[in-house]
Design a protein around this ligand. Structure first.
Ligand SMILES: Cc1ncc(COP(=O)(O)O)c(C=O)c1O
Length: 397
């Protein structure tokens, strides 16, 4: 028998070699208890969370929890079915209506995860004979959507307007084209020059999908994302998002004003061939989305702490992934895996949890300690985070 797992031997050796240096496993962290959106017990210790996607701090919102509890009582633990058969419950329509109001669109379709939303949208919109043109740093769910589609796939250099223009220019003028972009890129926390990218896409007759997973809630007047902030609502054809970040639960969605959008429900495999979200999750998502419509204070605080953390770490001599704070993801660059994991481990010992990110999740072979902040953090928390980064570095010598 050929052992199909033997192809992972190199990876197994690398991972065990890393753990043999005495560090904790950065991919095996357990939250033993969660105290708030910003604190949890990890390894028996009260730890500040600086590596969640709980941007708007909604996970412990009392109205969100109450809505979930009520729906759990009313509808039970799960839907046991697809949205197109027995899996559509009143809370699924409730959250789709809330999304339509939040985004000001005529349609909203909810998927079971953000991953499935990208998988489904990209693979269903672009079929045989069409082209998908995507940023090289796109999320894995976008790449997997490309694999699932029968379309031709063309990559352009990250955030490079001229390269997008050049590659679109080589494609047949009358072919169907979908340009896929992200508002905020999740590894470095940098934002896309959407005005220029979308203008180029439109000039070449392409439709545009923007994944605003890391921007929902705090970019744009209504928190719709970078495309709203840059005044592109009339030009972006499809917006994809997730409930697993600013909304504080789990699930994914796509919204659009396209008059034929609703037909996707009957054609999109990652929507129709999987069970729908538990109704209690849909109810928590609806409550959260409605509260995010009036979250100006949270939004302002998230920006204040993000700017303060970027400024504080930079002043302390850390090499930042972006010159200025562009989003709530504040990433620190490190030279290699050993030093990144050692620092990550020391931070945990100092009561700070952030993300350790490495290729293939990161672009261009880089290693990162990725902080992501929440509206529930305070400026005092930021002072504490910076001083613990400095102390962790000192303890590594
Ligand atoms: C840009 C982007 N899109 C989509 C997703 C998938 O979202 P979900 O966690 O809801 O599956 C992520 C998750 O990290 C992401 O970063």
């Amino acid at each position: 028998m050929h052992d199909l797992l033997s192809k992972f031997d190199g990876f197994i050796a690398e991972h065990s070699g890393l753990l043999a240096t005495g560090v904790r496993d950065p991919f095996g962290v357990v939250m033993e208890r969660v105290l708030s959106p910003t604190r949890a017990i990890i390894n028996g210790r009260d730890t500040m969370l600086v590596g969640t996607y709980n941007y708007m701090g909604m996970t412990f919102d009392p109205d969100v929890i109450a809505a979930g509890k009520q729906a759990l009582e009313d509808y039970g633990a799960g839907s046991t079915g697809s949205r197109v058969l027995n899996g559509t419950f009143t809370p699924h329509l409730g959250v789709e209506n809330a999304l339509k109001e939040f985004y000001g669109t005529t349609s909203a379709i909810v998927f079971s995860t953000g991953y499935q939303a990208n998988l489904g949208m990209v693979s269903t919109l672009a079929g045989k004979g069409d082209y998908i043109i995507l940023d090289a740093d796109s999320h894995a769910s976008i790449y997997d959507g490309c694999k699932l589609s029968n379309a031709e796939v063309v990559r352009f250099r990250h955030n490079n307007v001229a390269d997008l223009d050049k590659r679109l220019g080589r494609l047949p003028a009358d072919a169907g084209k979908l340009v896929v972009l992200e508002g905020v890129y999740s590894m470095l926390g940098d934002i896309a020059p959407l005005q220029e990218l979308v203008a180029v896409a439109k000039r070449h007759g392409a439709m545009v999908l923007v994944d605003e997973a890391h921007a929902m809630g705090f970019f744009g007047q209504h928190g719709r994302g970078v495309y709203e902030e840059l005044g592109l609502e009339a030009d972006v054809d499809f917006v994809v998002g997730t409930f697993s970040k600013s909304v504080g639960t789990v699930g994914g969605f796509a919204v659009s004003n396209h008059p034929k959008f609703e037909i996707l429900r009957l054609l999109c495999n990652p929507y129709r061939f999987t069970a729908s979200l538990p109704p209690a999750v849909a109810a928590t998502a609806e409550a959260s989305v409605r509260k995010l419509m009036v979250a100006d204070e949270k939004r302002a605080n998230l920006w204040a702490v993000s700017r303060a953390l970027h400024g504080g770490l930079k002043a302390a001599g850390f090499q930042m992934a972006t010159e200025t704070p562009e989003s709530a993801i504040i990433a620190v660059l490190l030279p290699d895996q050993i030093s990144t994991v050692a620092m990550w481990h020391q931070l945990l010992e100092h009561g700070i949890y952030c993300n350790m990110s490495r290729p293939p999740a990161t672009p261009a072979g880089i290693f990162l300690l990725r902080c992501s902040l929440s509206a529930a953090h305070t400026l005092d928390d930021v002072t504490e985070i910076v001083s613990r980064f400095v102390a962790a570095r000192a303890s590594l010598g």
